[in-house]
Design a protein around this ligand. Structure first.
Ligand code: MGD
Ligand code: MGD
Ligand code: MO
Length: 556
């Protein structure tokens, strides 16, 4: 789901956690609830502010915990990040605060970009975002004075129909300020799942082979066909495949007949649950590989038991591109097997069933004995992982990709001296409103996300007694003014409805959300935010607009 392609190639942090934490003079934290969702990084930011006086700007519609440590909280309306950042860049340019040397030497497309930015006067930006002009001025000045500044973001930026453009705007900002390729700066998407970075790196995306090698390039297809023993003529497809969010409607249309779902719980995590139920019911055959029976299992024809992280060896690649060893600590229950083993067995059976054989292959042909062999194959075919082996990791080495060869130490900062595409490109990006905004019928804005105590669909965390004691059921954040208007009374139950569905839960009456906004999570099946969300997708990354839709809120 992640894997946002930016103008810098892959969607990865350009810098390391250490160098940002130790060397950023300022942090621009936009759309990441860092202390709750990336607590280690959140703690490092708090320390940088408290212990060495780093300046923190938070841009978030909600008053998240980090705002207590911030010099400035820009509380813009959800879905107006482009207008916000364009407004800041307008002020930077108007004052001559841009890094002229960096722009001349390292970038292109500046003139077109500048022409668009000129139209985002502070007044216009304030009008769209709801942030006062004085705060925009103050934020621009903080970024101009405090160099380097690191920009950090997460799902508050990407989960929009303008997600890719939101990211490009932040890249524009960092190039304008000359904050790229230096310690303490950079564009830093905080990746979510422990190994989402690794999954994207190794081809868990519909358009690339491992290491972001495009499937549309004939030389890449040839290389992998040869290595994998795909018979000539058979060939590897030159077509870009479907994203998870495109597969669901394709299943409902009958275009897609079989779904192999591995480590995902779409009934809880995909947008518009009613629609997802329909998609899964329509699909001919569903194979689900899980560590628990989940809300999705009733839709599966076959459930394959996977071994959990603690029951297998392998690597995780974390948010700062760091490749780390995970080791088997306990035995798997029952018949559970590591995912790599199940997938390899499945592949062998599919090949045999189709009467096909693997031609002479440079690599295994699925006969792996252990995950170290899988990594050897990865290294041989994936330039950014070329120097990675379990042996090096077992010897205590630790590295961030690209790791160019067996002696290469890895790469803590990307784009030092040069961007991967040569010159960094400025993009002229206009504000476009979210797909569905409040109206008379559904007058409030719903945002969705997570809480510290639970993990996504809650399959894992709802099995923990301790966590359930602290956070036993869904809570929906409702502003104090709205709660008073709704006359919620003692039991504080609310019904929240959208054009797609309806949920009932207890309200958390708070000033964390502004008036007119409610915030729900998707940790509990009896009141999951995704009953309400809209399956409107970013046209480039195909990520859903989880962060904005229109709802009506009533006392229940
Ligand atoms: N405890 C816990 N930790 C997790 C996870 C979990 O489920 N539980 N999940 C992991 C995963 S996979 C991910 S992707 C990350 C997600 O980490 P985050 O993205 O930090 O978490 P979210 O709660 O989705 O939302 C982030 C913030 O975006 C803000 N926001 C909403 N709309 C907008 C907007 O229009 N603009 C801006 N600028 N901000 C907006 C929200 O108020 C919220 O504070 O967390 C990871 N860490
Ligand atoms: N409304 C709303 N919806 C969202 C989001 C949001 O902010 N708002 N965020 C989105 C984001 S960023 C994400 S990442 C998704 C996450 O959505 P999912 O990926 O669906 O959620 P998870 O709970 O992380 O993982 C799914 C399942 O994997 C299983 N599992 C765990 N370990 C293993 C393993 O080793 N092997 C196998 N085979 N299975 C395993 C777990 O039991 C769990 O049921 O949710 C998305 N959905
Ligand atoms: Mo995520």
């Amino acid at each position: 789901m992640a894997g946002l392609a930016t103008s810098f190639g892959s969607g990865a942090m350009t810098n390391s956690i250490d160098d940002i934490a130790d060397q950023a003079e300022a942090f621009f934290v936009i759309g990441t609830n860092t202390t709750q969702q990336h607590p280690v990084i959140g703690m490092r930011i708090r320390q940088a502010v408290r212990q060495r006086g780093a300046v923190l700007i938070v841009a978030d519609p909600r008053r998240i915990d980090l705002t207590d440590f911030a010099t400035l909280h820009l509380r813009h309306k959800s879905g107006t990040d482009i207008a916000l950042v364009n407004g800041l860049m307008h002020i930077i340019l108007a004052n001559g605060w841009e890094d002229k040397e960096f722009i001349a030497a390292r970038t292109e497309g500046f003139e077109d970009f500048k022409a668009l930015i000129e139209t985002y006067t502070p007044e216009r930006a304030a009008e769209i975002t709801g942030v006062p002009v004085e705060q925009l001025q103050q934020a621009a000045e903080i970024l101009a004075v405090n160099k380097p500044a690191a920009v950090l973001w997460a799902m508050g930026i990407t989960q929009h129909t303008t997600g890719t453009h939101n990211v490009m705007s932040l890249a524009n900002l960092q190039m304008l300020l000359g904050n790229m390729g230096v310690p303490g700066g950079g564009t830093n998407p905080l990746r979510g799942q422990n190994n989402v970075q690794g999954a994207c790196d190794l081809g868990g995306l519909p358009n690339v082979y491992p290491g972001y090698q495009k499937v549309t390039l004939p030389e890449n297809r040839e290389k992998f066909a040869k290595a994998w023993g795909v018979a000539t003529g058979d060939g590897l497809s030159d077509q870009v495949g479907l994203t998870a969010t495109e597969m669901m409607p394709a299943a409902a249309d009958g275009e897609l007949k079989v779904l192999y779902i591995l480590g995902e719980n779409p009934i809880m995590s995909e947008p518009d649950t009613n629609h997802i139920r329909h998609c899964l019911e329509t699909c001919d055959f569903i194979l689900l590989q899980e560590i628990f029976p989940s809300e999705t299992s009733p839709y599966a024809d076959i459930l394959l038991p996977g071994a959990s992280f603690a029951e297998k060896d392998g690597t995780f690649t974390n948010t700062e591109r760091r490749i780390q060893m995970g080791r088997k600590a306990i035995k798997s229950p029952g018949e559970a097997k590591p995912d790599w083993w199940i997938t390899a067995e499945l592949a062998k059976h599919v090949l045999a069933g189709g009467g096909r054989q693997i031609a002479e292959a440079t690599y295994s042909g699925w006969d792996y004995e252990n995950p170290a062999q899988v990594m050897d194959e990865i290294a041989a075919l994936t330039p950014i992982y070329a120097g990675v082996s379990h042996k090096r990791l077992e010897n205590g080495e630790t590295f961030q990709w690209p790791v160019k060869d067996k002696n290469h130490p890895g790469t803590p900062i990307l784009h030092v001296g040069q961007f991967s595409r040569g010159l960094g490109k400025f993009h002229a990006i206009d504000h476009v409103p979210p797909a569905e905004l409040p109206d008379d019928e559904y007058p409030m804005l719903l945002g969705t996300g997570r809480v510290l105590f639970h993990w996504h669909g809650g399959e894992m965390t709802r099995r923990s007694k301790g966590l359930l004691e602290i956070y036993p059921h869904a809570l929906i954040e409702v502003n104090e003014d709205d709660a008073a208007k709704l006359d919620l009374g003692e039991n504080k139950r609310v019904r929240v409805s959208s054009r797609r569905g309806s949920i009932e839960a207890e309200a958390l009456v708070t000033d964390r959300v502004p008036p007119g906004m409610v915030y729900a999570n998707f940790h509990f099946p009896e009141a999951s935010a995704n009953e309400l969300t809209i399956a409107a997708l970013d046209p480039i990354a195909k990520i859903p607009e989880y962060k904005v839709c229109a709802v009506k809120v009533e006392a229940a």
